[in-house]
Design a binder for this molecule. Structure first.
Ligand SMILES: [Zn+2]
Length: 444
């Protein structure tokens, strides 16, 4: 058994007093630092860089404009825990085995953090808590991992302060995860009004309603859903402004020159497009298409049109840093980043939530959703029909048979994988953890 030592919890003042010196001697000075930001629940289509008409993301748009943006990124799952394990392991959920809320990352599967640490990186992480706390194994490989939830402002401030304390030759990996965009959609007041055009009757209370697909039994009107959606947009602008100020600080201190910044999300969010609020038990395109933007040394401006999965992030980042990746299911998209991958055949991307027998396959614009016992598959063309309003399967059930067969085969393969893998169980959640999960809508 791998007896990885558990990192100490963040105690911010103690860390700052203690300093963080003591670098590995064999570092390669030219290798850049890496900051990986996961903005939980961020739909790609709500960012200007992905075509949104509202000004929700000027700073992320600027990051994309000076770096690399992946046009089509599909989350390997529609919820936080399995999707983030995929981000860290390069493995889809049934491969890494974390498919239920009490599952824990298996110690035998290497994580991005562990690989970077083995190659001399100092490793730090902060999270909004919930499923990303240490009990699910996310703290593995980190020198310091925040076991107390931090808001994004505090987290980014900490990144800057720690960066100042590191010796110039020390390389670091920072993972920053935030729920600022996630339900309950409560940005600071001056942001909350930013996109709000709702009459008073539509302004509903959002706390304690997260996670229920029907919003605690409320029969939401389209106006109320629009209000929630406007609040969501405001949360994006809030997070974007914090990131903009963060990039500016790093830049002014000369720290961006040797730092790659990566921004991704774990899944999207639905606002009544298909009858519910949130991202629970749903794999329509608004819940699966996420952003992946990055900029830094060695990255030229480019929009990568080759479809990408969250499982590709780990091997791609390691490839970019010149570090060999472990055997994973995701693939390095570095050739596309460098403009050399145009002759690869298009690929099918999959997403899964085996707990509720929900699976997706996306190939080009076509999107097939397997719903198990819930009924016939659904078929959409999300590029022609971005809201996935027209189920093509109803009109022409025989169409796209090849993609449906591909998904059926995938579903069988994943079931076989799960039958042979016994996930580790996370320790019983503390009352504090349960309260955090409840606020985010993950505990009934
Ligand atoms: Zn999430």
């Amino acid at each position: 058994m791998n007896r990885t030592r558990r990192p100490r919890a963040w105690i911010v003042p103690a860390l700052l007093v203690a300093g963080v010196s003591g670098a590995c001697a064999d570092r390669e000075a030219a290798q850049p630092n890496l900051i990986l930001v996961s903005i939980d629940t961020l739909r790609a289509d709500r960012l200007g860089a992905y075509g949104y008409e509202r000004n929700t993301s000027p700073h992320l748009d600027a990051l994309a404009a000076r770096g690399v943006r992946f046009e089509t990124v599909i989350a390997d799952s529609n919820w936080t825990l399995p999707a983030h394990v995929t981000l860290f392991t390069g493995l889809p959920p049934s491969f890494h085995g974390v498919t239920g809320p009490r599952d824990k990352m298996q110690t035998g599967i290497p994580t991005l953090t562990e690989v970077l640490k083995q190659h001399g990186y100092r490793t730090f992480g902060v999270t909004g808590g919930g499923f990303l706390d240490g009990s699910h194994g996310f703290d593995r490989g980190f020198d310091r991992y925040g076991l107390k939830p931090l808001d994004l402002r505090t987290a980014l401030d900490l990144v800057v302060r720690v960066a100042r304390q590191l010796a110039p030759e020390e390389r670091y990996f920072w993972f920053v995860h935030t729920y600022d965009v996630h339900c309950p959609y409560h940005p600071p007041p001056r942001y909350a009004r930013l996109f709000d055009r709702s009459p008073a009757a539509d302004r509903i209370e959002t706390r304690d309603r997260c996670g229920n697909p029907h919003y605690n039994g409320m029969a939401l009107t389209p106006g109320q859903a629009r209000f929630l959606s406007d609040r969501y947009d405001a949360g994006i602008r809030y997070a974007d402004d914090l990131l903009g100020a963060f990039f500016e600080r790093l830049e002014s201190e000369g720290r961006l020159r040797n730092t790659i910044v990566v921004v991704v999300s774990d899944h999207g969010e639905e606002f009544l497009e298909h009858g519910q609020i949130g991202h629970r038990n749903t794999q329509f395109i608004e819940s699966l298409r996420v952003p992946w933007i990055m900029a830094g040394p060695g990255l030229e401006r480019r929009v990568v049109t080759q479809p990408a999965a969250l499982a590709d992030v780990m091997p791609t980042l390691l490839d970019l840093l010149g570090i060999p990746a472990p055997a994973v299911e995701g693939v390095s998209l570095l050739p596309f980043i460098e403009g050399r991958g145009a002759d690869r055949p298009p690929r099918t991307l999959f997403s899964e939530d085996p707990l509720v027998d929900l699976y997706s396959a996306i190939h080009g614009g076509r999107h097939v959703i397997h719903r198990g016992a819930a009924g016939d598959p659904l078929l959409f063309d999300w590029r022609d029909d971005p809201r996935e309003a027209s189920n093509l399967f109803e009109a022409k059930p025989e169409s796209d048979a090849e993609l449906r067969l591909e998904l059926d085969e995938r579903v069988r393969r994943l079931a076989d994988l799960r039958s042979r893998r016994q996930p580790e169980a996370a320790p019983v959640a503390s009352e504090e953890q349960r309260e955090r999960l409840r606020a985010l809508g993950y505990v009934e």
